[in-house]
Design a protein around this ligand. Structure first.
Ligand code: SF4
Length: 271
């Protein structure tokens, strides 16, 4: 089971991939300001929360995607991070996926007993274009880690990862287009190139979604959010994960958007 854990919320825009940050968009919908950073008190201790039966609410063997509405290495969260490391140490039986754009902050923010990396922590760096890939991925390769990932999202330029994948140190690559208010296009050729490079080095690849504007063979497709994941899956440009699982578990087998099939207009095919 994969779940989301947001110990803090809010962020400061950091690089060009942040321009149309979905968290800012969703906060605006609720009359909130995404630049207001705060500790999510109700869920801060999620990994060690226990139910009435005295058992952890997060079951053994689960995966937690951490900081999906912020950045794990955000400077403003420095005072809260040590508590988070402590919870990660306590829950050795749970996998934690951390994601960041703040590559240069990672080493100074690791706990003192990090060693070769906690066995239950994976780290993914965002690389929205080649410039950011070339800045951040050498840092990622230099950090002692059990599992490394690269997230090309929102992918706003062509990216080649060949020389980084050749190191054998990257476990998974993910790619997605821009959503919500974003209108920067994603090209099929960019995804195909990443897929081919991952295939060459036997690295897992997940084409997560097409984004709002997807261009293939010179034709621009305006794809609603609810259908972006379906279209990405239909492209066949996915290489199954080996020993890792970062997919958020959903019950609808086709659209992956809903907890169960509700016969939405994009799908309605679940039996
Ligand atoms: S780092 Fe992520 S959460 Fe923060 S502003 Fe950029 S896109 Fe948004």
């Amino acid at each position: 089971m994969t779940e989301i854990w947001n110990p803090w919320h809010g962020c400061k825009k950091y690089s060009e991939g942040c321009e149309n940050c979905y968290m800012y968009f969703l906060d605006k919908q609720r009359d909130k300001d995404g630049s207001e950073i705060y500790k999510v008190k109700t869920n801060f201790n999620l990994p060690i929360k226990k139910g009435r039966d005295k058992q952890y609410k997060i079951k053994s063997g689960s995966s937690l995607m951490v900081c999906m509405t912020s950045d794990f290495f955000l400077e403003e969260a420095d005072e809260w991070r040590e508590e988070v490391w402590e919870m990660i140490r306590i829950r050795q039986d749970v996998s934690f996926w951390l994601q960041t754009k703040r590559a240069e902050r990672v080493k100074e923010c690791l706990p003192s007993d990090w060693g070769d990396g906690y066995k239950n922590v994976s780290l993914t760096f965002t690389a929205e274009n080649q410039k950011r890939a070339d800045e951040r991925i050498p840092i990622l390769l230099d950090i002692p880690l059990k599992r490394r990932g690269i997230m090309c999202a929102p992918m706003i330029g062509e990216v080649s990862l060949d020389k980084y994948l050749a190191t054998g140190k990257i476990d998974i690559v993910l790619a997605d287009g821009e959503n919500y208010e974003g209108n920067r296009p994603l090209y099929y050729e960019w995804i195909k190139r990443l897929y081919d490079e991952c295939l060459k080095y036997n690295v897992s690849f997940e084409f997560v979604g097409t984004g709002n504007y997807f261009i293939k063979d010179g034709v621009t497709y305006h794809i609603p959010k609810a259908y972006q994941k379906v279209m990405a899956q239909r492209s066949g440009l996915n290489i199954p994960q080996k020993d890792v699982n970062v997919k958020v578990q959903k019950k609808c087998k086709t659209c992956k958007m809903n907890a169960s099939c509700n016969g939405c207009r994009w799908c309605g095919k679940c039996k």
